[in-house]
Design a protein. Structure first.
Lengths: 423, 327
């Protein structure tokens, strides 16, 4: 009898070290969780997207834009001709001009300037993408102005850079200063210094909440904008990375209300690449998603709870969960820290560094030496412990950790004060 | 009593011998592979090759670190610290892993089998190895490399390359032909070189192209891609190959002058076009000699990034041209 009692531990010893606690139950995803979300959304929004058929011949359009700036009867006739075109078709044509690598800076500026006079939110995604490729500083000021008119502050960084660089092209600096004068909420009696301070405030607000000021308007509920956002999300399916890079660039620089609901939907697409791309974009936006969820009442927690059952996308789910910064979400990450695979533990440790509240300190494991914990996970836990216990000695990076990964986690630790609910 | 004891001992010894013969040896217990660091002890030879390779350096390469702003540009992570390629469909792109990024393109990135253990192209892998190798044909296929290396079109360039040039096979049977040549392991076993000779190997570069010239009525120069099997240089943005020329006048050599750049520009360099040299193709140019030029030298510099200074670039070839006596 005694021998029988001894047998299981002996067997266990023969099989190697004692097993780790089992990971959370291997639940399968609800049957309707994954599906052709992108296909469905593209079909549902196709009629609202910007048209692909041009309204004008390209040369004619440039001539009209030039004539419209010339003044007199010629300008009036050109304005009439431009006004006759359907607005979405005109916007699509103007975007084609700024996207064409053969367009001259002067032609692009004409097109940006015209876009700045049109209210059509559907232009925002493709206009934001121009921030990545527009290299002419003077043109960048027109681009930033056109985006600001649509309530998008992604161009504020360009304005700030141009104005801060005293060696920049004087024409571009003057144009940027003029845009500053027209910033939403700018003091009409203020001088340049006041405008500059206002720019910095708006920029901070954009970084933190993707809004132009703490009371800045949320994204409009616009069918055309929704259609263009889904067209951008569809690029995440691409095997070549360039369209994916473009989509992530754009989607992470828009107001949350315009993109986060669509990204949460896309994070349930049947394509792993779409799910990964959508979740990664949520991570890149980061805390503004959490702030937006607090304002809008969106239930991110329920989303993450189910999405964590998606084995193939789990690392990205953990990343997005941490990046959006909700302390409640930390509870969802903790089981994967205690009993996930090595990569899951890493992703969970990283997530906790970004979102865990002060109550979690005692429940954090102390990693044993050995292959179960990556250097990244060890470093994240060490930084988190130091954050939660100011009396703890400053942590030292574990061996084998790349400098970029050290720095990335230091940045996350330093940003914790800005997480939603941090006060 | 002693005789009985002796008989018993002989019987036990016999049983032990029979058991040793009949009962198969237990293979070493399988190892759960969590990190490529676990591979290094059992495979020191391969590990040494890999550690000197640009796969090992993929994450910490200073040029990549600089271009990616120390990986603030997270786009680069997928191929510079990938999850195991076999977890994705053949040829489809990989995604970034969460940990051990400093190991770059490590053992598990190429060898981890999605169902546990490791994959190998060896048709007869040792059954008792702790990493439980199993044969996976895809390991030796172009698709295995394409997940990363086709991001900038290299594999498509190879697919479109002629099978042979001047009667010499150029495409081989895939990437391994040039980049993982056969290496002999301990015990006479054939393996593959894990140093992955490529753009950082001068002999590889010198096998890729031939630079020729002549000076009859005018100096002429041509460069032919005879051995790359894909464009020269391949890859977007980073690689550049420059032809430079210098002239000798009154017995003294002048400074090197830029003549032509072979390169695929980055996506936002909208004013440039792709000037890579496809496999089997020849680039030709006439040179304009300055007055009283006695001779010319032409050299090909390979830069791992377009801003690399001349003295850090690899000189792949250099030829001297002098006017032929008839002129």
């Amino acid at each position: 009898m005694r021998g029988a009692l001894l047998l299981p531990p002996l067997l266990a010893a023969a099989c190697g070290p004692a097993a780790e606690p089992a990971p959370p139950p291997p639940e399968s995803l609800p049957a309707d969780w994954l599906g052709p979300r992108v296909e469905a959304a593209l079909a549902a929004t196709a009629a609202d997207a910007l048209p692909e058929e041009p309204a004008f011949d390209r040369r004619e359009l440039i001539d009209l834009l030039e004539a419209a700036n010339a003044g007199g009867r010629l300008a009036a006739r050109a304005e009439r001709r431009l006004a006759e075109a359907p607005v979405p078709a005109l916007v699509a044509d103007l975007l084609s001009v700024v996207e064409d690598r053969l367009s001259s800076p002067a032609e692009r500026i004409l097109a940006y300037d015209r876009l700045d006079r049109i209210d059509l939110p559907a232009m925002i995604p493709r206009l934001v993408l121009r921030l990545k490729y527009e290299k002419d500083w003077f043109a960048n000021t027109f681009l930033a102005a056109a985006l600001l008119r649509q309530g998008n502050g992604a161009g504020l960084e360009a304005l700030r850079t141009i104005l801060a660089d005293e060696e920049a092209d004087e024409r571009a600096r003057a144009a940027a200063a003029a845009v500053l004068r027209g910033l939403p909420g700018a003091d009409p009696d203020g001088d340049f210094a006041a405008d500059w301070e206002h720019l910095l405030r708006l920029h901070r607000s954009w970084q933190l909440e993707r809004r132009l000021g703490p009371d800045g308007p949320e994204a409009p509920d616009d069918r055309g904008l929704r259609a263009e956002v889904w067209r951008m999300i569809a690029r995440l399916r691409s095997q070549p990375l360039r369209p994916v890079d473009d989509a992530r660039f754009v989607l992470s620089r828009m107001r949350c209300g315009a993109v986060v609901p669509a990204l949460l939907e896309a994070a349930r697409d049947e394509s792993l690449y779409v799910r990964e791309g959508a979740l990664q974009t949520l991570s890149w936006i980061g805390y503004p998603v959490g702030h937006w969820a607090e304002r809008s009442g969106a239930d991110l927690l329920s989303f993450f709870r189910t999405a964590l059952r998606d084995r193939r996308a789990r690392l990205r789910v953990l990343e997005a969960l941490g990046a959006t910064g909700s302390a409640q979400a930390a509870e969802l990450a903790l089981p994967w820290l205690l009993a996930g695979t090595r990569d899951e533990r890493t992703a969970a440790a990283d997530a906790l560094l970004r979102c865990a509240g002060p109550g979690l300190g005692e429940r954090l494991p102390r990693p044993e030496p050995g292959p179960a914990w990556s250097p990244e996970a060890r470093w994240s836990l060490a930084l988190l412990r130091a954050e939660l216990d100011p009396t703890a000695p400053p942590p030292t990076p574990p061996p084998g950790l790349a400098s970029g990964e050290q720095e990335r986690r230091r940045r996350w630790a330093a940003a914790r004060a800005r997480r939603p609910g941090a006060g | 009593m002693t005789a009985r004891l002796l008989a018993l001992l002989v019987l036990l010894a016999g049983l032990a011998v029979i058991a040793r013969v009949l009962v198969p040896t237990r293979p070493a217990p399988p190892v759960e592979l969590a990190s490529s660091r676990q591979c290094l002890d059992c495979h020191p030879g391969v590990a040494a090759e890999w550690q000197a390779s640009h796969h090992a350096l993929a994450y910490e390469n200073p040029e990549v670190v600089k271009l990616s702003q120390n990986y603030r540009n997270e786009e680069c992570l997928a191929c510079h610290a990938p999850r195991p390629v076999l977890a994705f469909a053949p040829g489809e792109r990989v995604l970034a892993r969460a940990g051990d990024r400093s190991l770059g393109v490590d053992c598990l990135a190429c060898h981890a089998h999605p169902e546990g253990g490791v994959a190998t192209s060896d048709p007869n892998p040792p059954e008792d190895a702790p990493c439980r190798p199993r044969t996976v044909a895809r390991m030796a296929s172009v698709e295995h490399c394409a997940s990363c290396h086709n991001q900038h079109g290299t594999v498509d360039q190879w697919r479109n390359a002629p099978a042979e040039i001047d009667g010499r096979p150029i495409r081989g049977d895939g990437c391994l032909h040039c980049h993982m040549p056969v290496a002999w392991r301990a015990g006479g076993r054939a393996g593959r070189n894990h140093a992955f000779p490529a753009a950082h190997s001068l002999p590889s570069l010198q096998q890729a192209v031939v630079l020729r010239g002549e000076w009859t009525d005018r100096p002429r120069v041509e460069m032919r891609n005879v051995g790359a099997g894909h464009n020269f240089p391949t890859d977007e943005r980073s690689r550049a190959a420059d032809l430079q020329v210098r002239w000798r006048r009154a017995g003294a050599w002048g400074a090197w002058e830029h003549r032509h750049r072979f390169r695929d520009p980055y996506r936002d360099e909208t004013d440039l076009t792709n000037t890579q040299l496809p496999a089997g193709e020849t680039w030709r140019s006439e040179l304009e000699p300055p007055a009283a030029a006695e001779a010319a030298e032409v050299r090909l510099l390979f830069r791992t990034n377009p801003f690399q200074p001349d003295d850090e670039a690899a000189e792949v070839a250099r030829i001297r041209l002098e006017p032929s006596p008839s002129d």
